[in-house]
Design a protein around this ligand. Sequence first.
Ligand code: MLT
Length: 406
Amino acid sequence: MFKLNDNYLKLPGSYLFSTIGRKVNAYSAANPDKKIIRLGIGDVTQPLAPVVIQALHHAVDEMGKAETFRGYSPDLGYEFLRNAIAENDYRARGCNISADEIFVSDGAKSDSGNIQEIFSLDNRIAVCDPVYPVYVDSNVMAGRTGNYDGNTEIWSNVIYMPCTAANNFAPELPKETPDLIYLCFPNNPTGATVTKAQLQEWVDYANKVGAVIIFDAAYEAYISEADVPHSIYECEGARTCAIELHSFSKNAGFTGVRLGYTVIPKDLKCGDVALHSLWARRHGTKYNGAPYIVQRAGEAVYSEEGKAQLKKQVAYYMNNASYIYNGLKEAGFTVSGGVNAPYIWLQTPKGMTSWEFFDYLLENVNVVGTPGSGFGPSGEGYFRLTAFGSYENTVEAVDRIKTLKL
Ligand code: MLT
């Protein structure tokens, strides 16, 4: 008789955003006349940039002719895309990363969930609290997290690093020593950032204790302040301790197109073994590469035209972010984020729990956000709104929230 991977049974019944989706759909079915505004999941709403559409059309035409048709893509991604990434995201920023240290994938969600596979099950992970749920859930699925305490998101083998108003939502170095450290800056969900000097402390710490930092840079395109690093490889010593994850979802609107990449420098080793070769082995075995047409679309993101068009798109969402931030502040909410990130993090009013406030907003003003407690215990009492809606919906949602007598 077969047996299950019962680590899956230790997880809460469904992924955070699926739970929200179910609740909203049930409300909507019961109240078909209400216009619900969704600022919950960080999903983009603006159409793909013209340069991306052109690249997609062109690549589709190539696939329709025998002379230019392509089959399987190279395991690690096409050279044209890896070169564009290395040049623009790294060399142009003074970071020493080469094209053959870049692994193209279908997005940062899969890579952030899969990367734990190349590490021993004995490794202890440290995560920010609150945190993007994929980091913890994927380690639970693998059986790396010990026991769930039944009431909260706390797992006995995970080192939680509280990110609260007291530390500006940036974690302190943990007291217990982890083997893997997940960091995401600009942060999802709080929208907080760290300075280059703060990130350097993490790099120095990881090199000292022999830990690997898994740095999720999915939101780097939203950085507006000068001292905030776009890549962990801006820090000295990061080549020997850090893996970096990138997404095209948020900077180029690819949530439905799917493209991302992971960087593993060849200097990152455990004894004599380069992590790069393990991930290459894994990629080659379990993945057949992102589609050619999508990789061509990714290449277009780095053209001069593409950069200009996407800068406008990011500015569009950041205009929403400041509308939400300022509007809620005026309405008396305690808010943060929204300056270097498309997320606004607010304190729930009147001591409501995160889920109570979720229900309250849904029922009273038909606005959907994400309960902070869904991201971890320190998220309780907080709530996340995304700036990825349309401008019109964002304005309407904030104006509706302002009418509440809280
Ligand atoms: C979020 O809302 O946190 C993100 O959209 C999730 C993701 O990028 O997978």
